[in-house]
Design a protein around this ligand. Structure first.
Ligand code: PPS
Length: 386
């Protein structure tokens, strides 16, 4: 009688064959998981897919919108970035004493500059799209409320902005356009790239340089009562150098004659009409938007509405995004979904100003009045400083 060496039934696969089948099954499973993840990523990177499905419902930005799904995902990414920026603001508190918003550009800190988060989720999203030169720039004015405006605008899913001030057109122009572009965050079709550097407005060469980059660039200037702006500017310098002379003594060339020292930058920056004349040699008025620094505090959503219109974006940032923080004394962003805390600007914004001799303040008001009138006339807007 023939005896079988195996105890297996004859119709059952041998252990080797069984292992082979198991391996095949496992490989197929891995393949499926890989294909599934590749497809998900691909769907997110192809603009037309989501747009065709949600054509009617999606919002548009200058004719080229992104799908709502991507907008939501990006918003989540940006909200995470806002969290990171909070961290950045905290970390930069001591640096702020020296440079406020300005981070000197070094090769070592490109991510801090572009406000990129390095979390895996963001990495996924921000690895799509391409870096572009900015289509819109907040060019001024120093202490006008430029940081508040930029942070509020970053809530919009169609805006991506550099966190710190690049100072490309006034300090780093010799580094070239590629260097500048490389600082920018990646954007998808329909998204606007932005940056803010408040010193651009008062730097003679900048208008021609921005024009050379793009004659279609949209320019935003946040203006504030030049007298309070000058005091704010002085307060900032005082916080870094407590030994500087008093505001009153710096204001005058000669206190007895009452001659104002217009060479002092704190005074000079506020002569808006003079600076604007230079910009109008390159850009038409309709390409420049003037935001009221005062209304940015009293009615942030109203002012943001105008900015979104100017940028050709849907009004997504509304009063629902703000609340007035009594302790801070300023409007702040409500806490984004999934974030634990609301977003107010850091300690260097909203400093207490020193008391200035009322006579000096009055003298400055008289000094600025004709320039303010000229500025109202040029812009067709009365900012109500007088
Ligand atoms: N929401 C909100 N929170 C805090 N601060 C606000 C806000 N909106 C406008 N401002 C005003 O912004 C002033 C600082 O202006 P900038 O951001 O342009 O300053 S800087 O040039 O970038 O240093 C800052 O000036 P100071 O009050 O003199 O510190 C603020 O008055």
């Amino acid at each position: 009688m023939e005896c079988s060496l195996s105890w297996y039934p004859s119709d059952f696969p041998s252990p080797a064959a069984f292992r082979k089948k198991l391996l095949l099954l496992f490989t197929m499973l891995l393949l499926w998981v890989y294909i599934f993840y590749s497809c998900t990523a691909l769907c997110l990177s192809v603009p037309s897919l989501g747009q065709e499905e949600h054509g009617a419902a999606r919002h548009r930005s200058g004719g080229a919108g992104i799908s709502e799904l991507k907008a939501k995902l990006l918003l989540r990414g940006q909200q995470q970035e806002a969290g990171d920026r909070d961290g950045l603001a905290f970390r930069s508190a001591s640096r702020d004493l020296l440079q406020e918003d300005t981070i000197e550009l070094t090769e070592e800190s490109p991510t801090a500059l572009s406000g990129h988060s390095l979390k895996p989720f963001d990495l996924n999203l921000s690895s799509y799209g391409a870096k572009k030169l900015p289509q819109a720039i907040i060019i001024g004015v120093k202490k006008g409320g430029t940081r508040a405006l930029l942070e509020f605008l970053r809530v919009h899913p169609d805006i991506r902005a550099v966190g710190a001030e690049p100072h490309f057109f006034d300090r780093h122009y010799d580094k070239g356009m590629e260097w500048y572009k490389d600082l920018m965050p990646k954007t998808l079709d329909g998204q606007i790239t932005m940056e803010k550097t408040p010193s651009y407005f008062v730097t003679k060469e900048v208008a021609a340089r921005i024009y050379a980059m793009s004659k279609d660039a949209k320019l935003i200037v946040v203006v504030r009562d030049p007298v309070t702006r000058a005091i704010s500017d002085y307060t900032q310098t005082l916080s870094k150098k407590p030994d500087i002379p008093s505001f009153e003594s710096l204001t005058f060339k000669n206190r007895t004659t009452g001659l104002i020292d217009t060479s002092w930058s704190a005074i000079q920056i506020g002569i808006y009409a003079k600076h604007l004349e230079n910009w109008l040699q390159y850009f038409p008025m309709h390409q420049i938007l003037f935001v009221s620094g005062e209304r940015l505090i009293s009615d942030p959503s109203g002012e943001l509405g105008k900015v979104q219109d100017f940028l050709g974006l849907k009004r997504i940032i509304t009063d629902k995004h703000f609340y007035f923080n009594k302790t801070k004394g300023f409007p702040c962003l409500k806490k984004p979904e999934g974030s634990s805390k609301p977003h107010c600007l850091g300690k260097t914004k909203g400093r207490t100003h020193p008391n200035i001799d009322p006579e000096v303040v009055q003298r400055l008001r008289d000094f600025y009045r004709p320039f303010n009138m000229k500025f109202y006339q040029m812009t067709g807007q009365n900012f109500g400083w007088d």
